[in-house]
Design a protein around this ligand. Structure first.
Ligand SMILES: Nc1ncnc2c1ncn2[C@@H]1O[C@H](COP(=O)(O)OP(=O)(O)OP(=O)(O)O)[C@@H](O)[C@H]1O
Ligand SMILES: [Mg+2]
Length: 264
């Protein structure tokens, strides 16, 4: 489960600009912006796909369409042969910006994911296990506004991971985390993926995240987003691009592709 086929996907937005006229009217003029143009991609079931591309190229738009939150202008996305057109409870989306429910505590937010689990004792244990995993022990009864940005991201990750979804769609899940937490969460997601083998689509701005985590790395061009690189990464884990010459070479190629002349 979790095979994804993206066929001839196009997405246009009509940007509304207000123009002042001499007569005082302020009509809205529509300018069409093509964000995705004839995008074709295929992800194998169980793959961890890392998607990179310049800011504003359409990564979040692509994820939202795959998640069924937005409709393409034309083209389609198939999951296991079935067209995706509305959000599926089997797929979980981790937002680029905070997606926690503000009126619920950390515990309640995480609990949302497994509310259908029958055994209450087992459920409590699982919630606590994931809260501990993201190091939020002691903050179970805090509301999102009482947490730092990094703590909110960690709570959100716990909520996503506890669900054990068919497909996990993550839009910059590590943004706002401090360096060490970022490293730990990255390792956690890799381990979870190795263990569960679910399809994960992850957008990141961090090239090393993609190289260390991905079974496949996809680089999109600037808007309209087209596929500049689609490479399967068959390197064993744990990976370190600094010591693996092939990964190091690919790292430099990707930096160059994204407009940076030498890798840092
Ligand atoms: N609802 C919308 N209405 C109009 N334009 C939109 C809408 N959503 C996104 N866009 C435009 O589509 C383009 C792509 O946006 P998107 O959020 O997908 O980029 P992104 O690749 O995720 O960028 P970033 O890396 O900064 O998160 C941008 O130019 C944005 O202004
Ligand atoms: Mg985005």
């Amino acid at each position: 489960m979790g095979h994804i086929l993206i066929e001839n996907l196009n997405k246009e937005f009509v940007e509304k600009r207000r123009q002042k006229r001499d007569n005082g009217n302020t009509p809205e003029s529509g300018q069409t912006v093509t964000v995705l143009e004839n995008l074709n991609l295929e992800f194998e079931a169980g793959e961890m796909v890392c998607i990179l591309g310049p800011s504003g190229c359409g990564k979040s738009t692509l994820l939202r369409i795959i998640a069924g939150f937005d409709q393409p202008t034309s083209g389609r996305v198939l999951q296991d042969g079935k067209e995706l057109s509305s959000p599926s409870p089997d797929n979980i989306f981790v937002y680029q910006h905070n997606g926690l429910l503000p009126w619920m505590t950390v515990w309640q937010n995480v609990e949302l994911g497994i509310r259908h689990t029958a055994d209450p004792g087992e459920k409590e244990e699982t919630i606590q296990e994931y809260i501990n995993m993201v190091e939020l022990e002691g903050f179970e009864d805090h509301y999102p506004h009482q947490l730092s940005g990094g703590m909110q991201r960690r709570a959100e990750l716990a909520r996503a991971l506890v669900i054990n979804p068919e497909m996990l769609i993550m839009d910059e899940p590590f943004s706002g985390l401090d360096f060490l937490t970022h490293m730990k969460m990255r390792e956690e997601v890799v381990n979870m993926h190795l263990y569960l083998g679910k399809t994960i689509l992850l957008v990141t701005h961090n090239i090393d995240d993609a190289l260390i985590m991905g079974d496949r790395v996809v680089i999109l061009s600037g808007r309209p987003a087209q596929v500049n690189l689609n490479r399967k990464l068959e390197f064993p884990h744990p990976r370190d691009p600094k010591t693996a010459p092939e990964l190091q070479e690919l790292r430099e190629e990707i930096f160059f592709m994204l407009g940076v002349s030498y890798a840092v």
